[in-house]
Design a protein around this ligand. Structure first.
Ligand code: NAP
Ligand code: MG
Length: 400
């Protein structure tokens, strides 16, 4: 069979443990037989990061900026326990995702993979709900303190030219806690750009939620930035495609979330996004049915699974077992990258292959060959057999 040709490489970031095992199987059995795959390969496995003093992560992120599309395997972020497990580590290397995000910039979109045999905790959710979290500022880089003594807390802003303004936060007559937080207009603008880009790419409506009735300056800034970006760059395109942009108060957005059937992107401030992204992913069933895309404001993309390296499955694998790990999110990271590469290069065969691989994957699960993690999320009368990752991948290859 003639394999699909590619013109531009995808940046491939390999990783660790069970997901590294799946990575190789997915490439060998599901992609290489059909695609004349062009990748620029970076080994982000922990030992390779250690050997290169983490240079490889920086190089991979820069390559992602150069080529515009990357796919990443889950990686170990070392902690104290990992330092004991891998005595050769010379340093507790930073989280690769953190390094990549700080080089590429941008917003992470977490999107569940929906299928008819999966039953989300909210029965009405039949389409994915994507949470876009503004991962900068607010309480995550705030100053907070406690005072046991009564006193006065003031907020003072001094401009570079030396003039200053002052607000009384609170005069207290007993112990109290205080908080000062900020955000940057430029960061909000980049967040807005990435949100509109993602909504447009996936042809879903975009909803922004905040609390401007309470934070009349702070949260109103988010609304104004989004509205300006919409009017300037997206309004016409959105209206012509039947998708919409709108603002809602965060509490009514949360209520609407429970009453909708999904199929939209919800842009949230940092803390709201932290809470609701975990809530939405838990309610959809399994972390292994959740993909994650980093979109930067210049339109560069990095695709990955939302889960980690599945350490316990890896140790069972090393003992000769064939664990029933779910390969779906890792496969969808690849199809996301292949589809985007195809779109940018006008390589329609590649786009259509990505579609077929996704369909084959969901068909194998729908046929009842499922991994362990899916059991609690299955429709009650669904007939299934717990199947190893390897066998699931083999069956997908046959379907393809
Ligand atoms: P994890 O690897 O996501 O695994 C947590 C648990 O979720 C697993 O023990 C497993 O449950 C279940 N699970 C996750 N993915 C699964 C899959 N594909 N199929 C079946 N079950 C799955 O998270 P973790 O244990 O907190 O972290 C392990 C390592 O991954 C850490 O070193 C961490 O630094 C790294 N990590 C990397 C990323 C990333 O690169 N983006 C993200 C998160 C964590 P059962 O044990 O019950 O089967
Ligand atoms: Mg969280």
């Amino acid at each position: 069979m003639e394999r699909i040709k590619m013109t531009t490489p995808i940046v491939e970031m390999d990783g660790d443990e069970m997901t590294r095992v799946l990575w190789k199987m997915i490439k060998e059995k599901l992609i290489l037989p059909f695609v004349d795959l062009k990748t620029e390969y970076y080994d982000l496995g922990l030992l390779s990061r250690n050997e290169t003093e983490d240079r490889v992560t920086v190089d991979a992120a820069n390559a992602a900026l150069k080529y515009g599309v990357a796919v990443k395997c889950a990686t170990i972020t070392p902690n104290r326990q990992r330092m004991e497990e891998y005595p050769q580590l010379t340093k507790m290397w930073r989280s690769p995702n953190g390094t990549i995000r700080s080089i590429m910039g941008g917003t992470v979109f977490r999107e569940p993979i929906c299928a008819p045999f999966l039953q989300p905790a909210v029965r009405k959710w039949t389409k994915p709900i994507t949470i876009a979290r503004h991962a900068y500022g607010d309480i995550y880089s705030a100053v907070d303190f406690k005072s046991e003594e009564p006193g006065e807390c003031k907020l003072v802003f001094t401009t570079e030219r030396g003039s200053s303004r002052e607000w009384l936060v609170k005069k207290t007559d007993g112990p109290a806690v205080f908080l000062g937080q900020h955000n940057l207009t430029e960061s909000i603008q980049n967040f807005a750009k990435a949100c509109f880009m993602y909504a447009w790419d996936t042809k879903q409506s975009l909803k922004l939620a905040a609390k401007d009735t309470i934070l009349k300056n702070y949260d109103t800034e988010f609304i104004e930035v989004f509205e300006n970006e919409y009017a300037k760059n997206w309004k016409e395109r959105f209206e012509n495609s039947g998708i919409r942009f709108g603002y809602t108060l965060i509490d009514s957005a949360a209520a609407a979330l429970m009453n909708s059937d999904g199929g939209y992107v919800l842009a949230l401030k940092n803390y709201d996004g932290d809470v609701l992204s975990d809530l939405v992913s838990a309610a959809f069933g399994s972390i292994a049915m959740m993909t994650s895309v980093l979109v930067n404001p210049e339109g560069k993309y990095e695709y990955e699974a939302a889960h980690g390296t599945v350490t316990d499955h890896y140790y069972r694998y090393l003992k000769g077992e064939k664990p029933a790990t779910n390969p779906t999110a890792t496969i969808f990271a690849w199809t996301g990258a292949l589809r985007k590469r195809g779109e940018l290069d006008k390589n329609y065969d590649l786009m259509s292959f990505a579609e077929k691989l996704e369909r084959a994957t969901l068909q194998v699960l729908a046929d009842g060959y499922v991994s362990e993690d899916l059991i609690p999320a299955l429709e009650p009368d669904f007939e299934y057999r717990v199947t190893s990752a390897e066998e699931i991948i083999n069956k997908i290859a046959v379907k393809l």
